[in-house]
Design a protein around this ligand. Sequence first.
Ligand SMILES: Nc1ncnc2c1ncn2[C@@H]1O[C@H](COP(=O)(O)OP(=O)(O)OP(=O)(O)O)[C@@H](O)[C@H]1O
Length: 791
Amino acid sequence: MAKKKAPQKQKQPRFTKPSLTLSPKNKIILGSFLFLFGLALLIAFISFLFNWQADQSVLSQLGDRETQTQNLLSKFGAGISHFFIYDGFGIASFALAVLTVTSGIYFFFNLNKNALKNFWFWGILVMIWLSVFFGFFSGSNSLLGGTIGYEMNDYLQDYLGFTGTILLLTFLLVVYLVARLKVTPEKVLAVFRNTKQEISDDFKAPENRPAPAVQKTEASFKDPSEEKQEPSEVIIEEEEKEEPSKPQAAAEKVVIRSEEDPDDLEMEVETATEEEEVEDNLSTKLVQDYGEFDPTLELKNFQFPTLELLKDYNANGGGITINQEELEENKNRIVDTLKNYKIDIAQIKATVGPTVTLYEIIPEAGIRISKIKSLEDDIALSLAALGIRIIAPIPGKGTIGIEVPNKNSTMVSMRSVIASPKFQKAEMELPMALGKTISNETFVVDLAKMPHLLMAGATGQGKSVGLNAILTSLLYSKHPAEVKFILVDPKKVELTLFNKIERHYLAKLPDTEDAIITDNTKVINTLNSLCIEMDERYELLKEAMVRNIKEYNAKFKARKLNPENGHRFLPYIVLVVDEFADLIMTAGKEVEAPIARLAQLARAIGIHLIIATQRPSVNVITGIIKANFPARIAFRVTSKIDSRTILDSQGADQLIGKGDMLFTQGNTLLRLQCAFVDTPEVEKITEFIGSQKAYPDAYQLPEYSGEESGTGLDIEVGDRDKLFREAAEVIVIAQQGSASLLQRKLKLGYNRAGRIIDQLEAAGVVGPFEGSKARQVLVQDLEGLNQLLDE
Ligand SMILES: Nc1ncnc2c1ncn2[C@@H]1O[C@H](COP(=O)(O)OP(=O)(O)OP(=O)(O)O)[C@@H](O)[C@H]1O
């Protein structure tokens, strides 16, 4: 299949690296020299075979002009042939001549140099092998192996003996056949089988053979019986290809005519040749010259935060402590309680986690699961513990689970999850180390796969810590070039620490001061701007003919997308809203609509949303939002109804708080202990990052001026941009009022293009802002424009 050609308008990069590669002209000169030199070697070698004895006596006088030699290339021929054949590798030296001729052809036609290197490598090996092999016969003819072949053969025979040398040469031959000619036992067998098949086919009657369609057509002109007796030979002539630049899939024409009867009707057979792959030359060349595009280059000395910045909470005490007494006591209570209700247990097993212990029981046959489930409160009463959860049955296992909180829970430190191999080796786009599971395994998920996360929990149950844990995970795994955060914090205090990494990791609207958004009206603008970014990204993906951001960035890194056409490396954007309820209460539909739109569409283009709320009621987490957030985290909530709103099932109301949480990605519920990261730790991390070299500014989101600022523009004529007139013409000709068009055509930044659009609106060239659609152009043609502007 033909690969996509590099964009037509691709230009040479601005700086050209001094290159050692030959210019096309020099390649032709070198190619012809090598070709002719190789040819001279061939002629000299062949001539040497016949005249070597005659010329041998004059070898010492080759410097003398009067000396006569028989070699076709005279003294040069005699000398060089003697050097290579007699003193060198014997007749195997012909390989050198062939290799030189081949090199000439390769340079002349500028063919793939890697293949040439391969030729030389294997050619030299074959030459040495042949020379050693012919060394066996050097006694009878000293030209066969040459002096080197003879000596090497002699040397090998001294150490390995005659048989050993033969075995070694055979082994090397096998290596050559397998490594170079790719001969495999299967292929050898297939060749044998084919030959056998052909022989047996020959014995079969010709009419039994399925004749190719073309032969059938030809046969219809002849007497079939005649043909049966004397199958006429056909000559297949390949017509010279007239136009080498014809499309690759063009059919190859073959003329078939009978040799017996030259007057017989000629028939043209067309067979479609396989489409050749069009090498994406420019991108391959760019990658060869400059290497793959590296998005991290601008901050190439950026250092990821070190583990030392995180506190080691388990340093003295370490890990989970198993309290045998507590386990035994709980087990007995569970067994006794169930026995009171006439439920016998066949087996019981305990898994101790950081905060809860899971008791898995297998009841005796005939016990109804619903009966155990209904005893939840009774078991909780008898264990005198909060937060007991019964999972009946545990999905994927034939057991019933009873989760009982530990008396002394163990804190899961952020350090332990970040240091775990699971996180360190995670091959994910946006890895998040959320915490540890009940079996004490580190739990890491990919935000890019989720693709959006809804987080809820009553106040003080660990939401903010959870958000910090997620952000910390991303800071520990992603370079500032790869991910950008938009932080919305109506509470104004939770995420302020991240201000320090504004120019590394944050994204914001142009011309705004704070990157962390605390004002609800700004949230609306940011969300709408993010929608514009989303549309732009989809447009870029469409142009690049890829389906998602991963493929797009891979293509961009391989330099197959031209930055001059607006293509750029796309970082992931993670929008974090700390208190969604507050937002929806004040802005309502205005935020719900863009959030729903982003949630529905943004997954492919690398925009992911994390939304946290204290109040998981249905007017906050509306149906449309819920439908688009399949991944959910629930910390402890106060009522069963809230639990249902977040998880679609109860359970979150039975959690014990302090980071105890339930996680779902649409199917099963998983109980996790969230990793704990304290404010001073976050502060240290952000300080560590913030003190390093940063980008000049935060990542700029597309400008969105909001509806109210779109009207009543009053821009002085003198304040118009220098490119105002040119921009107006571009817009009128294209009849499309979009800033991105100006960006592309006039190579402007987004801000300047946006400003020009505002000026065009004020001048009456384009209509008002219409959301993500292009503005209406109010002037029909250039004449109209001139008239308008002259006024
Ligand atoms: N994973 C955890 N491990 C241990 N303790 C935790 C964990 N998460 C939270 N806590 C404890 O709970 C307290 C409150 O957590 P956090 O501030 O995250 O609550 P919140 O849900 O954000 O509350 P609010 O909504 O009022 O901001 C923390 O100060 C901490 O002591």
